[in-house]
Design a protein around this ligand. Structure first.
Ligand code: 6CS
Length: 316
């Protein structure tokens, strides 16, 4: 068998690291009976197009990030909201792999002919621009590129910005041509996509992690033998801490690469500065609920509650 695995990111990315590791574990455990072919970003299309390929069975496995997927499944837009998940990666790991959280999303994926395999953080989102973005005033009229889901536009409108949703592949040229003033992504991506070359300042507000989801076609998954299904789920389980460590390493190393090269300033917001954004982001939850309805309410309540409980548990 050949399983085609498509990435929303280029070679050398966190998604690529995941896919390469997944490939080697699957191929080893099936004694080469299964071949996993990895397709980095650019070979098959935009994120939304990859989701369509999954849905119609043209590929078997792909990453589908909520920043794009919320177009089709509004409830996953929760993962693009600011200041909802914890600042503690351990807490987020516990919440995101909680069967109850996961179980809320699975039927939504199934309805869209998808099977949800995992929800994976890829690191803190960082703002890049020609200036530091320390307050909503700094965002006034700032043309920021966001991923393509409507809820993201709202997140940045709440700060007074002028958001422009575009596919990932158009960000670099947008910056170069001055069609956008800035963008937001985890550090590893800002480095490997060369966005920093066109930007003077990186601002870290720790407002949200970049979250992706790993999915397969639903029919494809359901038609696999039980043994193969269990293999996939087992490999998935065993990769949770592996990828968590990997992304931490990638983001740390690439920040160093950017700073070593010079010409880019690194700004970390203070707690007071973050608080202003936290307040400004609150109303966006209402818009999320308008877009995601009752199921969205359930998702938001469950996640907020789980984050709180997990934070208390870890503090003990
Ligand atoms: O900004 C984007 O569109 C993309 N960013 C990352 C880090 N991964 C995939 C996503 O499509």
């Amino acid at each position: 068998d050949t399983w085609r695995f498509a990435l929303e990111e280029v070679e050398g990315s966190v998604q690529d690291a995941y896919a390469q590791e997944f490939k080697s574990r699957i191929e080893e455990r099936t004694d080469g009976e299964v071949k996993v072919e990895v397709y980095p970003y650019g070979t098959l299309g935009t994120s939304s197009q990859l989701t369509e390929l999954l849905q119609n069975g043209a590929i078997e496995i792909a990453f589908a990030s909520p920043g794009h997927l919320a177009d089709a499944i509004p409830e996953v837009g929760i993962f693009t909201l600011h200041f909802v998940l914890s600042e503690d990666p351990e807490v987020n790991r516990a919440v995101l792999s909680d069967p109850e959280v996961y179980g809320l999303f699975q039927p939504m994926y199934n309805e869209m002919d998808l099977q949800l395999l995992d929800i994976i953080p890829e690191g803190w989102m960082v703002w890049s621009g020609d200036k530091a973005l320390r307050s909503p005033e700094d965002f006034e009229g700032f043309k920021i590129r966001t991923m393509t889901s409507p809820i993201l536009v709202e997140s940045y409108k709440a700060y007074g910005a002028n958001p422009t949703p575009t596919p990932y592949s158009e960000v670099y040229s947008g910056l170069q041509l001055g069609q956008i003033d800035g963008q937001v992504n985890p550090i590893f991506a800002i480095e490997e996509m060369s966005f920093y070359e066109e930007q003077d300042v990186l601002t870290s507000a720790r407002h949200a992690q970049f979250i992706t989801t790993l999915a397969t076609g639903n029919n494809w998954f359901n038609n696999l033998s039980e043994e193969r299904q269990e293999l996939i789920l087992d490999v998935r389980d065993n990769m949770v801490s592996w990828i968590s460590e990997k992304q931490r390493e990638y983001n740390e190393d690439r920040l160093q690469t950017i700073l070593d090269e010079g010409g880019t300033e690194w700004v970390e917001l203070t707690e007071e500065e973050r608080e202003v954004f936290r307040e400004a982001s609150k109303d966006v939850r209402q818009i999320y609920l308008e877009q995601a309805g009752e199921k969205g309410q359930k998702v938001l309540d469950t996640i907020l509650e789980k984050v709180e409980t997990a934070e208390e548990d870890m503090a003990d």
